[in-house]
Design a protein around this ligand. Structure first.
Ligand code: PSV
Ligand code: MN
Length: 387
C-alpha cells in the first residue's frame, strides 16, 4: 500500500481552473434565484475566484466566457487578476445566445451566420492575445429538434470549414479545445454530440486541436474513465469541464453526485499522464451554483477534486499490475477499492498547514468575513448571470 507521505509532493502540481460564470447567478428554465453578494462585474467575479485560491491554494486560474466577460481593456483585466494572485485562463466562445443562432452557428445553412460565428471565435483569439490565455474553448449548441429538419451531413462539412478558419488563426502557443455534448438545447441531433466527433475534427485540424471532456455531457451510465483513457492514449485530451450530475447536464458540485466516478476518472488521468508537471491537460470546472452560496460552492468543488486525486495517487499500481497480469479479478478490484476507501482528510489538512494554507479551507472562509463583506458591499447594479 502506498503511503500519503510518498505521494504528498505530487499533490503540489494540482492547479484547477475555475469558471467565471460559477460566481454569477444561474438556474433552470423555471427560475434563476438571485443571491446576496453576487458579482456585478467581471472584476468582482475574479475577486471571488481569487478568494477560492487564497483559501485552498488550488485554483490559480479563472476561465472567461465571451461576451459575458467582455471588457474594453483585457490587458488591464489581466493585470487586475494578477494583482489578486490569479491568471486568466481559457477563453470560452459563445455562439448560442444570439437570435441569429437559432438554427445553428458554425453549422448554420446560411453562410452569413457561419461567417458571423467564425468571426466571433476570431475575436476570442484576439482576447486571448491580450489575456495571455492558451486555450480557446468551443462548445456549440448546434443541432436540430426534428428528423429531416436539416442536412446533418452537410453540417459536418460546414463545421469542418469553420473550425479550419478559426484554427488557422491560432498563435504558436495557442490551442483550440472542442467540447462535445450529447443533447441540449437540441433534442434530436447535436452536431458535436460525442468524443468521437470531436476527435475526428480535432485530428483533421492538427496538433493544436484537442477534445474537451465535460463530465456532465454523456448519456447516463457512460464509462467516462474509458473515454479519458482513450483520449490520453491518442494524445488528444485537451481539457476537462468537471462537474457532477444525477440526471442530465446538472452542473452540480464536482464529486457531489458520484465521488467514485470522480476517483475512477482521476485514476485514468494519472495513469495516462494527464496530471503533473509534464501534462498540458487543463483541469477546469464548469459548474453552476443555483441554490448554494457560490464561493464556498467552488471551495467545496476544488477540495473534492484534491481529495479524490490524493486517493487516485495512493493506488498501488505495482500490486494492481500484478493482480491484473495474474488474472486475479478480485485482488485487482480490491487494490483499486483500497485506494478509493482511504480517508485522506487528516493527511490533507496537515499537507495544507505545511504549506501555510488553512487546514480547513471551508471553515477558514466562513470565519474570514469575506462572504459578509461582499454581501454588504455589492448592493445595487445588475447581478451577473448568463447574459
Ligand atoms: C454547455 O452545456 C457548457 O458545458 C459549455 O461549456 C458552455 O460554454 C458552458 O456549458 C457554460 O456553462
Ligand atoms: Mn462545459
Amino acid at each position: 500500500m502506498t503511503t500519503f507521505e510518498a505521494i504528498s509532493g505530487r499533490l503540489d502540481a494540482l492547479a484547477i481552473e475555475v469558471p467565471s460564470w460559477a460566481y454569477g447567478n444561474s438556474g433552470t428554465r423555471f427560475k434563476v434565484f438571485g443571491s446576496p453578494g453576487t458579482p456585478r462585474t467581471v472584476e468582482e467575479k475574479i475577486a471571488d475566484a481569487a478568494a477560492v485560491h487564497r483559501f485552498t491554494g488550488l485554483a490559480p486560474k479563472v476561465a472567461l466566457h465571451i461576451p459575458w466577460d467582455l471588457v474594453d481593456d483585457f490587458g488591464k483585466l489581466r493585470a487586475y487578476a494578477e494583482d489578486l494572485g490569479v491568471e486568466l485562463g481559457t477563453i470560452n466562445s459563445n455562439t448560442f445566445q444570439d437570435d441569429d443562432y437559432k438554427l445553428g452557428s458554425l453549422t448554420h445553412a446560411d453562410p452569413a451566420v457561419r461567417r458571423k460565428a467564425v468571426q466571433h471565435n476570431l475575436d476570442c483569439i484576439e482576447v486571448m492575445n491580450q489575456t495571455g490565455s492558451r486555450d480557446l474553448k468551443i462548445w456549440l449548441a448546434d443541432g436540430t429538434n426534428y428528423p429531416g429538419q436539416a442536412d446533418i451531413r452537410a453540417r459536418q462539412d460546414w463545421l469542418a470549414e469553420g473550425l479550419r478558419k478559426i484554427y488557422d488563426q491560432l498563435g504558436d502557443d495557442q490551442r483550440l479545445v472542442l467540447e462535445y455534448k450529447f443533447f441540449e438545447p437540441a433534442f434530436y441531433h447535436t452536431d458535436v454530440p460525442d468524443w468521437g466527433t470531436s476527435y475526428v475534427h480535432c485530428a483533421a485540424l492538427g496538433d493544436k486541436a484537442f477534445v474537451c471532456l465535460d463530465t456532465g455531457h454523456h448519456a447516463p451510465g457512460t464509462n467516462i474513465e474509458f473515454i479519458v483513457a482513450q483520449l490520453l492514449r491518442l494524445g488528444k485530451l485537451g481539457s476537462f469541464d468537471f462537474n457532477s450530475r444525477f440526471y442530465a447536464d446538472d452542473d452540480l458540485i464536482v464529486g457531489a453526485a458520484d465521488p467514485f466516478q470522480l476517483f475512477r476518472i482521476l485514476v485514468e488521468v494519472v495513469r495516462g499522464g494527464g496530471y503533473g508537471p509534464g501534462s498540458d491537460v487543463a483541469l477546469m470546472l464548469d459548474q453552476c451554483h443555483n441554490i448554494e452560496r457560490k464561493v464556498p460552492g467552488q471551495i467545496r468543488s476544488v477540495l473534492n477534486v484534491q481529495e479524490m486525486l490524493a486517493r487516485a495517487l495512493l493506488l498501488d499500481t505495482d500490486a494492481l499490475a500484478k493482480a491484473q497480469a495474474e488474472g486475479d479479478v478480485l485482488a485487482a478490484n480490491q487494490v483499486l477499492m483500497d485506494a478509493f476507501y482511504t480517508d485522506v482528510r487528516r493527511d490533507l489538512a496537515a499537507w495544507r498547514e505545511e504549506r501555510g494554507l488553512p487546514a480547513d479551507p471551508m471553515a477558514a472562509y466562513l470565519a474570514s468575513g469575506y462572504q459578509e463583506q461582499i454581501e454588504n458591499e455589492r448592493v445595487g447594479g445588475a447581478q451577473a448571470g448568463w447574459n
